[in-house]
Design a protein around this ligand. Structure first.
Ligand SMILES: [Zn+2]
Length: 161
């Protein structure tokens, strides 16, 4: 459950006291929260949107790989020419599911945030990039033979000029 601090507007994952300033927390649905300045809500939407997109991308990977692996497993029971076809087909379907959800996530985040919040573009982009960083960093480490320290500092460096 997400709660907002009335004093510093920091978003806490539940609890009664703010972890940043030990101020009082209210639920987002609380009438008291509605009186918070507009900027708080705008920032919330960016964070929510980015988080939502992240969850959806995770769901996409999960749904795609589960479907694909299930199909691959089932195809082991088939006779040789068809088992290969079924295996390839399962992987293709799994990838298609993943890609569809992945695109939907990107579009959903953009529509949801822009329609409701009319946020400054730079902030929106930064939030989405930050939400995707763990994925990118993981891939980078596999591909590039650089040391972890180098990769880390490169990933932490500001991207927008
Ligand atoms: Zn606080």
């Amino acid at each position: 459950m997400v709660k907002i601090c009335l004093d510093c507007h920091y978003v806490n994952a539940g609890g009664f006291v703010c972890t940043e300033c030990s101020g009082r927390l209210v639920m987002v649905s609380d009438p008291e929260a509605k009186s918070l300045p507009d900027t708080v809500w705008r920032n919330q939407r960016v964070d929510y949107g980015a988080r939502r997109g992240m969850i959806m991308r995770f769901t996409a990977i999960f749904a795609g790989s589960t479907t694909g692996l299930y199909g691959v497993r089932q195809s082991f029971g088939m006779t040789p020419p068809w088992s290969y076809v079924a295996t390839a087909g399962s992987i293709a379907i799994g990838l298609a599911i993943w890609w569809t959800l992945y695109l939907a996530a990107a579009r959903g985040v953009r529509v949801w945030i822009l329609a409701k919040g009319r946020v400054h573009n730079a902030r929106l982009v930064r939030a989405i990039v930050l939400a995707m960083l763990p994925l990118k960093r993981g891939r980078k480490r596999q591909r590039e033979p650089r040391g972890p320290a180098l990769v880390d500092s490169a990933a932490r460096a500001p991207r927008d000029g």
